[in-house]
Design a protein around this ligand. Structure first.
Ligand code: MIG
Length: 752
């Protein structure tokens, strides 16, 4: 609906508005399914000053003469108001001369940023916290910082903003929470965009982009969770992963020969440490040529994968976009022949340098190119490769950044680099996903470094090149949580740290903190100290084994959370605020998180610490290690020797668990254990007030073959488990759906 010149509002649903500057349709890289409009905007009685008043069942929108908007919810609570004053000048602006002088000493001084083509500014009330924005460094709360969406490979040690305003990913979505209101905004614009969350002024926050159109979604709801559901209803949800991908992955830049890979695999088995995958970094290739292998160091990949698979271990290979410009190399020849590469403004194929040296860049905006690229995955899967890890797809380049005017020809719809940059990784992940799906048939396992909103449909992500620093262990928690709040549920950070040298203690605390991160991979850089679980002493080995085993024990819980995510978009790792929004103590909790709704982890992330403060929200919590019942709503001091990661189970929870295993073989899983954590145990002392009598506990469990898409045809089982203290007849099992033949032969219950 037209509000004024260059301002249109559509109601996508009663709670989701699309606010845009163009008339008619516009395609999106993120919102791929036609969204239509399920709700109607109707005129409502106006209020003072508003020239137009519109409403849905849930929202009222008042537009003033100058086009500023105020949005209220159905309780007539003001959710969001355009800022009405003049925007302030950046107070820290330097003259070019001053800036140059500071740069001489090596200071990172901002200047020369392209002005925004449009900007929207919203009033800050002062009491809000802001979440989301993807993988940005720093803390959960993004307020008071400013960010740039421009996918960047910056190998410097990541520090909190303002030095690191751009990261690898562009997820231009954020959530604004206040005491009684919450909403989200998704700016669907792929050009370089800016998010000033109260950095330039405490009176407003603003967002804008250097080009393209104003096009954002306003998402309302009652809870943070509902906002994420809304956002992922637009941009999509991560499909179910293969179950083994939730196991432990070992990586290094690089394992450089088949023998070395086999030796690593054998060590896992010798030390009795579960492991499902080993990753091959760039050195497995022939001169870094993608979709080739080094015939000397990896003479027979097929044999290697088959030897590994006897040990239950799968191979994942890295694939970068930069394609070596070398005649006689099939990717280059075919690509040149079929016009698959980006061009410079004169129409010649554009060259830059990456690992293979002189390189060219596939045009993933073209469906034809994506199909071609996807087909190449068959070269790998035929040799037994089970997953593809996409790196350097910001795209990174060694000879300066790709100029803005590089042309991606598309399929007759050419676009400039400045529009494509932030979706380059997204489209590469899509090509990889679709290729694997078509040519392998199993649920594709893709990891990508760069992405855009909607990439969750195609790929998992990791947080890129962190370092073996305690600060990076600490930061990995809010980073992963904000990714989850931005619709990206299957995330991980390099365990032990990628760059720089880890220590035994850091590795121990990292494996503890990462124990439940959906992507569970230890990875390290060349020239850094080795950091496989056995790289240090026996204690470090034992702690690694203990937490990797704990991970495998709760695989069915993680898998259930993945299933839940496909229905709701809710992440696996959740900030406490997602379940305890009324409790302000949770709003900026950066060093604890929930795993689903039943488990709270409070890892130790300080060097030398052997105890820590833990905040437990209201309710009864059961200390996982001691089974002590603790009344929440307070901070407690928890002793945490090096081998203890404080973990708490919400009273009344039911958790599904598997028995010990060395790797995930769904077909061999015949029994399921249900752990029931009643709020009271007769003989256990309760600290604090005695809780009310327990309600029935209920848990929904999902089961399928863990591998392919048969579940889409109904081949899955859905169980409902119930425990009742009052009726004291123990466990009840109800089948909500029965379609998978591999039903458990035995389900045992334990009271914890
Ligand atoms: O510029 O492939 O983030 O995980 O090991 C380094 C080598 C390129 C960056 C990735 C890292 C990977 C490394 N890559």
């Amino acid at each position: 609906m037209k509000i004024r010149e260059n301002l249109f509002i559509d109601a996508v649903t009663d709670k989701i508005l699309r606010i845009h500057s163009f008339d008619g349709e516009k395609s999106s890289f993120a919102v791929e399914k036609p969204i239509g409009t399920k709700a109607r905007l109707r005129e409502i009685p106006g209020v003072g000053g508003a020239v137009q008043a519109l409403g849905t069942e849930y929202l009222s929108i008042y537009a003033a003469e100058d086009g500023t908007l105020k949005i209220y919810d159905k309780r007539q609570k003001l959710l969001c108001a355009d800022y009405e004053g003049e925007l302030e000048q950046e107070c820290h602006a330097l003259t070019e001369e001053e800036a140059e002088q500071m740069r001489q000493e090596g200071h990172n001084v901002r200047s020369g940023e392209e002005a925004c083509r449009f900007q929207a500014a919203k009033k800050l009330f002062g009491d809000e916290v802001i979440y989301g924005l993807g993988d940005k460094t720093g803390f959960l709360n993004k307020k008071n910082y400013d960010y740039v969406m421009w996918n960047s490979d910056n190998p410097d040690p990541q520090v909190e903003n303002p030095t690191f305003r751009a990261m690898y990913k562009s997820l231009p979505f954020f959530i604004v929470l206040r005491e009684e209101t919450v909403y989200g905004i998704f700016l669907d614009n792929t050009y370089q965009s800016y998010f000033d969350m109260g950095f330039g002024s405490s009176r407003y926050y603003s967002f804008g982009a250097v080009d393209g159109e104003l096009d954002y979604y306003f998402i309302a709801g009652d809870t943070v969770a509902e906002i994420i559901e809304g956002y992922t209803s637009l941009t999509g949800r991560a499909p179910l992963p293969q179950m083994w991908t939730l196991g432990y992955h070992q990586s290094r830049w690089s394992y450089t020969s088949a023998e070395e890979v086999l030796a690593i695999a054998k060590n896992f088995r010798m030390y009795g440490i579960p492991c499902d995958a080993i990753h091959l970094d760039i050195d497995y290739m022939d001169h870094y040529k993608v979709f080739t292998k080094n015939d000397e160091t990896f003479p027979d990949l097929e044999e290697l994968s088959s030897d590994l698979s006897k040990m239950g271990i799968k191979l994942v290979t890295i694939i970068d976009p930069g394609t070596k410009a070398e005649e006689g190399y099939h990717m280059y020849d075919e690509g040149v022949q079929n016009g698959c590469f980006a061009k410079d403004s004169d129409g010649k194929i554009y060259h830059n340098a990456v690992w293979p040296g002189d390189s060219v860049f596939p045009d993933f905006t073209s469906e034809k190119v994506r199909e071609w690229w996807g087909k190449q995955t068959e070269l790998l899967t035929k040799q037994g490769i089970r997953g593809i890890w996409n790196d350097m797809n910001e795209p990174a380049s060694f000879e300066g950044p790709l100029p803005n005017d590089i042309v991606f020809p598309g399929d007759g719809l050419p676009r400039l680099h400045k529009e494509v940059h932030n979706v380059y990784g997204h489209l590469m992940a899509k090509a990889t996903y679709e290729g694997l799906k078509k040519y392998d048939g199993r649920r594709p396992f893709v990891i990508t470094r760069a992405c855009y909103s909607g990439s969750q449909k195609y790929s998992t992500v990791w947080t890129g090149d962190n370092q073996s620093l305690w600060a990076h262990l600490q930061m990995s928690i809010p980073q992963m949580l904000n990714l989850g709040l931005s619709g990206m549920p299957i995330v991980g950070a390099d365990i032990g740290g990628f760059g720089s040298h880890t220590t035994p203690e850091l590795l121990c605390r990292w494996i503890e903190a990462a124990c439940f991160s959906p992507l569970f991979r230890n990875h390290s850089a060349k020239y850094t100290r080795r950091q496989e679980p056995w790289a240090f002493d026996k204690q470090t080995l034992d702690i690694n084994r203990k937490y990797i085993q704990l991970r495998y024990k709760y695989l069915p819980y993680l898998y259930d959370l993945c299933y839940e995510e496909t229905k709701t978009g809710l992440p696996i790792l959740r900030p406490l605020v997602m379940h305890y929004q009324q409790d302000k103590n949770t709003w900026e909790c950066n060093d604890e998180f929930m795993v689903g709704s039943c488990m709270l982890a409070a890892p130790v992330v300080q060097q030398g610490a052997r105890e820590r403060m833990v905040y437990l929200p209201e309710g009864i919590w059961i200390d996982y290690w001691t089974r002590e019942r603790i009344m929440g709503g307070c901070y407690i001091l928890k002793e945490a020797p090096l081998d203890v990661c404080p973990l708490y189970i919400k009273g009344g929870s039911i958790l599904p668990a598997y028995g010990e295993m060395q790797s995930v073989e769904p077909e061999n899983i015949k029994t399921l254990t249900l752990e029931y954590y009643p709020e009271t145990l007769k003989k256990t002392a309760i600290f604090g007030r005695k809780p009310n009598a327990q309600e029935d506990s209920c848990y929904i469990h999902y089961q399928d073959n863990g591998v392919d898409f048969a579940y889409e045809d109904g081949e899955y089982n859905l169980y409902e488990f119930m425990f009742s203290e009052k009726r004291s007849n123990g466990l009840q099992v109800k089948m909500l759906h029965e379609g998978f033949l591999g039903k458990y032969e035995e389900i045992t219950a334990v009271i914890c």
